[in-house]
Design a protein. Structure first.
Length: 195
């Protein structure tokens, strides 16, 4: 599947079924007892397909990254929870010197292929593993990007590892994070018929 945007088309692999996805991988999907449930859930294509089809979300990240090339030009970028590699691709297109795409789920194997098909293998390195357990080949990064937000902002449980990476790898004083802030609005309601 090719997705067009205002800049260049992205070549995405068309996912058709879990069986087809699994058969194209070299990873061990049968050792379920050895797999982490959280990361295992992100090994299935439909979760990533659903996120990519959220045009408002994907376009917001694309615009935030590609419309600010001065922030990305010649920078080292860390993409935490890279999934299919979409944010890494946006960062590379914005002029990043190199992007390290960290993904622990089996989708990392597909991200490598998607990045290759987009001609960005020299700009993006996919590292499969948990952020807290891998060692980056660089001492520090200039920018951390991540789509760590879930239901009610914090449900994804990724904020902790993003903050851990910030403290370990982000350039002190000059480093940037995207997103770097968020707001949650809460309104009290009363529903006498419900409760």
């Amino acid at each position: 599947m090719t997705v067009s945007n205002n800049h260049h088309p992205l070549k995405l692999i068309l996912f058709c079924s879990d069986a087809a996805f699994k058969s194209s991988m070299f990873a061990d999907f049968d050792g379920k007892k050895n797999h982490d449930y959280y990361y295992g859930s992100y090994s299935h294509f439909y979760i990533h397909e659903e996120m990519l089809k959220d045009a408002n979300r994907t376009r917001a990240y694309q615009q935030a990254i590609e419309n600010n090339p001065e922030d990305f030009k010649d920078k080292i970028v860390l993409d935490i929870g890279a999934g299919t590699g979409i944010l890494s691709i946006f960062a590379a297109r914005a002029g990043a010197k190199h992007v390290y795409a960290i993904e622990n789920a089996e989708i990392a194997h597909f991200a490598t292929e998607i990045i290759k098909r987009n001609g960005l293998s020299d700009k993006i390195t996919v590292i499969k593993g948990k952020m807290e357990e891998i060692e980056l080949p660089v001492k520090e990064v200039d920018i951390i990007i991540s789509e760590w937000m879930g239901y009610f902002l914090l449900y994804e449980s990724m904020l902790d590892c993003v903050l851990w990476a910030r403290d370990k790898y982000l350039a002190k004083g000059t480093g940037k994070m995207l997103p770097d802030r968020a707001q949650v609005y809460i309104a009290a309601i009363e529903d006498g018929d419900y409760k």
